[in-house]
Design a protein around this ligand. Structure first.
Ligand code: NAG
Ligand code: NAG
Ligand code: CA
Ligand code: CA
Ligand code: CA
Ligand code: CA
Length: 634
């Protein structure tokens, strides 16, 4: 008798959950503690009369039978709070005691999403091949939308040459608080119109993120209900001050900054952010978004034609920026793409002339299907990240990078350098962890348990004092000539026994000072104790500089989640002119990560039976304010 009843209860509960529950708050997950509502399902032996009697006796409203056979009734109690974390013990006791009640259950909120796919009606949506399911796999954005996500409450700002704020496909999402003009120092980022329309870039990027859906015009943005701002800063003199101001505009209001710019992509520049801009990044990730950290989404660069390497660009290779590469409709490496170890993920963009391009808003209230390059990839990722942030607004900047690593797939992307790293993930210098999947990203975002605070473990491997303070130099302290091939090995404990011990890696940096007769001929690689080899910089034929690297920081994402203990090998190899010479002066290995064994977490969406401690015990982050309808002012 008992087992059969249990089974019936279960089936009934499922049926009720599906049938009776209306719209639910977005981001609420059934995996968390149950939330009780003011209604009950009751099974009585003598049908309608009995149900009426019960209702009168205990003060319920009888909402009628649940099935036509008249055994199950739906009762509501007006005196019970609408939503509660505990069941109503009084009614529970009374119903339990009543001999005519065979079974009852107070109802709880259930998260149910429509499985039907929401397809926007915009006339150009059928042209948006990277998200309308025409290409397999695409960015899986339809599936994220089908869960009710659209970027609601998330604020994105595009740092570029301005934004046409009155564009018919942008105006309703335009957010003046997320906008500024640092070229003319005024609040209006409207682009400067020229005969060649050169200042159309920012408007195009903005439409990719947040073009309005279902308005009978143009296409749809990835996060079509997000608020979108524009910072006009590329149309004029650019200084460290202007970059820093742009990157720290309204850090409590703007959640995501999308940037598609950097030093010259000429294949011979080694350049990065100045002091103020580095400080802006640092402040952004530590103080922005109520302390959860601003999300800086960055395009990897367009210097492919010049054999540029994005690890020579200090913006995209910063650990604070989430670097996005490109692939074509057919999963090929585009001609403009730069390969490097700091790229985290990839989205679609243009390729050769025959390949389709990106559909978005354009200047003069138009739309275009001709948006191209790595600059078109970063805003698509920014939009997908906005969907993830709507699914879970409590993610830190590092949580988001963890999620992007896990939500990227090699899919059908072609490259000669796919390798499996020490934790079994495939990674490539062209694509990072592969094609970003919005559905995976939001599913994992919803149940992600926060990562512990970032630890940093710095290991000075080669260090030449500028003024040797007497005594003999140890072998490690002597400057070392770089022969055709030089390997520097170091057995690393990863700060074991200290507070900054690292068990699971996130970013790894290598800071180098070296001289070299022809910089672009030197290939530098790093191999981890788990055997993952990452190219920190490949040869750049156009980089003929004799200046070497002066404390330059290379970064790799390829060791993510690996255990850093053991032997690290830095490789320096002449890949060009036979008579090249140089000297290694300084080499510091910088490990970032946490003491948690991240590989012990289950892959895919996690159990969140208990809310993460940071939600339950600490005050809710002020980032919440930024996601509400009233913007925060801080
Ligand atoms: C690295 O050092 C540890 C501790 O001294 C030692 O146990 C281990 O064998 C060393 N590994 C290598 C590859 O030398
Ligand atoms: C996740 O949930 C499943 C089933 O509910 C359970 O068997 C498993 O142990 C849980 N895993 C963790 C890590 O809590
Ligand atoms: Ca799809
Ligand atoms: Ca202006
Ligand atoms: Ca539209
Ligand atoms: Ca570049």
């Amino acid at each position: 008798m008992r087992p059969a009843r249990t089974a019936l209860w279960l089936r009934l509960a499922v049926a009720l959950g599906l049938a009776l529950v209306g719209p639910l708050p977005v981001g609420w997950s059934s995996a968390r503690a149950p939330i009780y509502v003011s209604s009950w399902a009751v099974r009585v032996s003598q049908g309608y009369r009995e149900a009426e009697r019960l209702a009168r006796k205990f003060g319920f409203v009888n909402l009628g039978q649940i099935f036509p056979d008249g055994q199950y009734y739906h009762l509501r109690h007006r005196g019970v709070v609408q939503r509660s974390l505990t069941p109503h013990w009084g009614h529970r006791l009374r119903l339990k005691k009543d001999p005519k009640v065979q079974w009852f259950e107070q109802q709880t909120l259930r998260r149910r999403v429509k499985r039907s796919v929401v397809v926007p009606t915009d006339p150009w949506f059928p042209k948006q091949w990277y998200m309308n399911n025409k290409v397999q796999p695409d960015l899986n954005i339809l599936q994220a939308w089908s869960q009710g996500l659209s970027g609601q409450g998330v604020v994105v700002s595009v740092l570029d040459d301005g934004i046409e704020k009155d564009h018919p496909d942008l105006w309703a999402n335009y957010d003046p608080l997320a906008s500024y003009d640092f070229n003319d120092y005024d609040p209006d980022p409207q682009p400067r119109y020229t005969p060649s329309d050169e200042n159309r870039h920012g408007t195009r990027c903005a439409g990719e993120v947040a073009a309005i859906a279902n308005n009978g015009f143009c296409g749809t943005g990835v996060a079509y209900n997000a608020r979108i701002g524009g910072v006009r800063m590329l149309d004029g003199t650019i200084t460290d001050v202007i970059e820093a101001q742009s990157l720290s505009l309204q850090p409590q209001h703007i959640h995501i900054y999308s940037a598609s710019w950097g030093p010259e992509d000429d294949g011979r520049t080694v350049d990065g952010p100045g002091i103020l801009t580095r400080e802006a990044f640092r402040r952004g990730v530590t103080k922005g978004r109520g302390g959860l950290g601003t999300l800086f989404v960055w395009a990897s660069g367009n210097g492919g034609l010049h054999y540029d390497n994005c690890n020579c660009d200090g913006y995209t290779n910063s650990i604070h920026t989430l670097s996005v590469g490109s692939t074509t409709r057919h999963g090929r490496v585009p001609w403009y793409s730069e390969a490097c170890a700091s790229t985290l993920t990839t989205t679609y963009s243009s390729g050769v002339a025959a390949d389709p391009q990106i559909v978005t808003t354009d200047l003069h209230h138009q739309c275009t299907d001709k948006h191209t390059g790595t600059s078109a990839s970063a805003p698509l990722a920014a939009g997908m990240i906005a969907l993830a942030l709507e699914a879970n607004p409590f993610l830190t900047w590092r949580d988001m990078q963890h999620l992007v690593v896990r939500a990227s797939r090699p899919a059908q992307l072609q490259a000669e350098d796919w390798r499996t790293n020490g934790v079994g993930r495939q990674v490539s210098h062209h694509y990072g962890y592969g094609l970003l999947d919005a559905r995976l990203l939001v599913d994992m975002a919803r149940t992600w348990l926060p990562t512990r605070p970032q630890q940093k473990c710095a290991i000075r491997v080669v260090h030449t004092p500028t003024r040797p303070a007497g005594g003999a130099l140890t072998p490690h302290a002597a400057p070392s000539p770089i022969l055709p091939l030089m390997r520097v090995r170091k057995n690393v404990s990863a700060c074991a026994g200290r507070a900054n011990y690292i068990r699971s890696l996130e970013h790894v940096q290598v800071q180098l000072s070296l001289s070299y007769s022809r910089r672009g001929d030197l290939e530098i690689s790093l191999t981890s104790p788990m055997g993952t080899r990452s190219t920190l910089v490949a040869i750049r034929p156009l980089d003929v500089s004799g200046q070497g690297y002066n404390n330059w920081i290379f970064m790799s994402t390829h060791f993510w989640d690996e255990d850093p203990q053991g032997l690290w090998t830095l490789g320096l190899e002449n890949k060009g002119y036979y008579f090249n010479t140089g000297t290694l002066y300084r080499y510091t290995l910088l490990l970032y990560g946490t003491a948690e064994d991240m590989t012990a977490r289950p892959s895919g969406p996690q159990n969140a039976t208990a809310p993460p401690t940071s939600w339950a015990t600490s005050a809710w982050p002020t980032a919440l304010q930024g996601t509400s309808a009233t913007p925060s002012r801080q």
